[in-house]
Structures are given as structure tokens and as C-alpha cells.
Design a protein around this ligand. Structure first.
Ligand SMILES: CC(C)(COP(=O)(O)OP(=O)(O)OC[C@H]1O[C@@H](n2cnc3c(N)ncnc32)[C@H](O)[C@@H]1OP(=O)(O)O)[C@@H](O)C(=O)NCCC(=O)NCCS
Length: 174
């Protein structure tokens, strides 16, 4: 999996846990502060900036590595809905996307999304959904996602983050 623009995509593995955690800690607080106030963001960040072991071993989570090997992007998809684990036929969910603040707007997120879309469609998926942070809505819109509704995503009982449910449909065989 090679991308242009000086980074390389590969599947994540559990061995990436520390580096993915570092990337989330560098990306989320810096890039989400534009859309949330500190009081709303702080409790959510303490939960969101940890690498998810189930995603790392899923075979559907990817990382972008800079030439020196440093991880500069991550993201993936699952058939399970985040939080509930519910599965709906032919619908998949984008999960835990992040780009390092020094690497934004260089196509890292789009390249990871394209990988996700190709793999999900090969698996028969006909719609992708995501719980977008408020700051990431324009990114998902640029990828062809439509805004469905804004809601409070519960990360843990008592900890919620204002989010946007977004969805992109595919036409079978197209
Ligand atoms: C959202 C995020 C993953 C985008 O990553 P990225 O690598 O910068 O995205 P790309 O460079 O591939 O951008 C693709 C397109 O999305 C749109 N886009 C991306 N970031 C945008 C922004 N901040 N404002 C407006 N449009 C944006 C643009 O159309 C862009 O294309 P262009 O640069 O040619 O105009 C990154 O900003 C991030 O990590 N944010 C913090 C974490 C987060 O909120 N993650 C989402 C959790 S649901």
C-alpha cells in the first residue's frame, strides 16, 4: 500500500499501540480545540486519545508512516457500530481517524479513507457511516459524506461529545 506525498500506508498491528497512542495525543487536542470548549473536550480527550486494541488487531485499521517511520496518520473501519457493537447488514463505520498536526491537508486522511472504502466495498458494504467530530465535518463532506444529524455521542456514561452522524451510500456494482 503506497501513497504519494511522502507517506506510506500499511495495515496497523497491535505492535503499533504506543505510536498510535502518541499520534492520537498529538492530533486530537491540537486539532479539536477549534470546535469545542475546554470543559467539553477535556473529559472526552482522556478517552479518545488511547489506541483501541480491537481496532489494531481488526485487519481493517491503517496507519500512514513518514519516510523515517514516524506515524503521521491513522484510521479504519468496522462492521460493528462504535459503542454498541451492533451490526447492520452492508453498513460499516469509519473509526478513529487522526492526522498529525504537522501533516494535515497533505492527503493523509483521504488516502486512508480510500483504503477503507476499497476494503469495505470489497467486503460487500453498501454504506459507510461515521460519528464525525464537529471539526472534521468538512473533511468527511469532501469525501462525499452527507450530514444526517448532530447528536451527543456517549463515550462512557456521563461523558459525551457533540458529534455529527454522516453517511455515504454506494451503488452496488458501480
Ligand atoms: C479530520 C482529519 C483526519 C483530516 O485529515 P487530513 O489528513 O488533514 O485530510 P486531507 O489532507 O486528506 O484532506 C482531504 C480534504 O478534506 C477537506 N478538509 C480536510 N481538513 C479540512 C479542514 N480543516 N477544513 C476544511 N476542509 C478540510 C479538504 O477538502 C481536503 O482537501 P484539500 O486539502 O485538497 O482541500 C484531521 O484534521 C484530524 O486528524 N483532525 C483531528 C482528529 C479528528 O477530528 N478526527 C476525526 C474524528 S471523527
Amino acid at each position: 500500500m503506497i501513497a504519494s506525498s511522502g507517506f506510506r500506508l500499511r495495515l496497523a498491528t497491535p505492535a503499533d499501540a504506543v505510536e498510535v497512542g502518541r499520534l492520537l495525543e498529538e492530533s486530537y487536542p491540537a486539532l479539536m480545540a477549534s470546535a469545542y470548549d475546554e470543559a467539553a473536550l477535556a473529559p472526552a480527550l482522556s478517552l479518545m486519545t488511547k489506541a483501541n486494541p480491537a481496532l489494531l488487531r481488526s485487519g481493517t485499521y491503517y496507519v500512514a508512516a513518514a519516510p523515517a517511520g514516524l506515524l503521521v496518520g491513522c484510521g479504519g473501519w468496522t462492521l460493528e457500530q462504535p459503542g454498541t457493537g451492533a451490526v447492520e447488514a452492508r453498513v460499516a463505520h469509519l473509526r478513529h481517524f487522526a492526522t498529525h498536526p504537522d501533516w494535515t491537508r497533505r492527503g493523509v486522511g483521504r488516502a486512508i479513507y480510500r483504503q477503507c472504502e476499497a476494503a469495505a466495498r470489497s467486503a460487500g458494504v453498501l454504506a459507510l457511516e461515521c460519528y464525525s467530530s464537529l471539526n472534521a465535518e468538512k473533511f468527511y463532506a469532501a469525501l462525499g459524506f452527507a450530514r444526517i444529524r448532530e447528536f451527543d455521542a456517549e463515550l462512557r456514561p456521563g461523558v459525551a461529545l457533540r458529534s455529527v452522524l454522516m453517511r455515504r451510500e454506494f451503488i452496488a456494482g458501480a
